[in-house]
Design a protein around this ligand. Structure first.
Ligand code: DX5
Ligand code: ZN
Length: 218
């Protein structure tokens, strides 16, 4: 697998002080931005205007996680803002292969997410179109939920499929990642870890990132 990456989710940050909150995760590998539309998930967060401002406010790579309907229409717009990675949900895309190609054509990494109950088998043939596969380890919509161990076999399946293709594609997990759960996911084959509450609930988010990295070294 690749070198492990930690992507803090600003869903658990103070939305009235996003610039300051970004400065508290200066050691992150990327900033995970959760875009929700109150249709694909029962929660509403932020959209293109806020992401455009985040783009101007940080040099950290932006990892955009779209939990929205009509992903085919909206995802390319985030790539056009200069986001390094855009993740759409398989369940919300009409044409995931075409969409992944449109993202890459706009110089973004192309990533696709699967909800916990969505099977991976029917997507294995298109893995080569992706730079990252996100396996949700909670039902998307809210921070602070518990890690779902039932996703571990799917992480193992993804790791094997990615390794068969040369191991370049990132296997990201999102939801319930903390010091207690991160090793189970890493052992199953995840290499990119989103952590919201575990990072931002800490007094020092950068120290929390270092703590998670330290666990992955053993
Ligand atoms: C949930 C979001 C996650 C969320 C994770 O739908 O996609 O990125 O911020 O939060 P924690 O780490 O608290 O589970
Ligand atoms: Zn997310």
């Amino acid at each position: 697998p690749r070198t492990p990456c930690i992507h803090p989710s600003i869903l658990s940050a103070d939305f009235a002080n996003l610039e300051r909150e970004l400065s508290r995760i200066s050691t992150a590998d990327a900033v995970h931005v959760d875009v929700m539309d109150n249709h694909f998930v029962p929660n509403l967060t932020l959209g293109l205007p806020v992401v455009e401002s985040l783009r101007a406010a940080t040099d950290l790579p932006l990892d955009i996680h779209l939990m929205i309907e009509d992903a085919d229409v909206w995802a390319p717009r985030y790539a056009e803002l200069g986001c390094e990675s855009v993740t759409f949900h398989a369940e919300a895309a009409q044409a995931p292969i075409r969409l992944a190609r449109e993202l890459r054509a706009r110089h973004s990494s192309a990533a696709m997410a699967l909800k916990p109950a969505t099977g991976i088998e029917s997507y294995l043939d298109m893995l080569g179109e992706l730079d990252m596969l996100l396996l949700m380890t909670v039902e998307p919509g809210f921070g602070g939920q518990s890690f779902l161990d039932l996703v571990l076999p799917k992480i193992r399946r993804a790791r094997k499929a990615v390794d068969d293709l040369g191991g370049e594609i990132a296997v990201q997990i999102d939801g319930g990642v903390n010091a207690e759960t991160i090793l189970r996911a890493a052992d199953a084959g995840a290499d990119t870890f989103v952590a919201g509450s575990a990072v931002y609930a800490a007094e020092d988010p950068d120290a929390a990132i270092a703590g998670l990295r330290g666990l992955l070294k053993h």
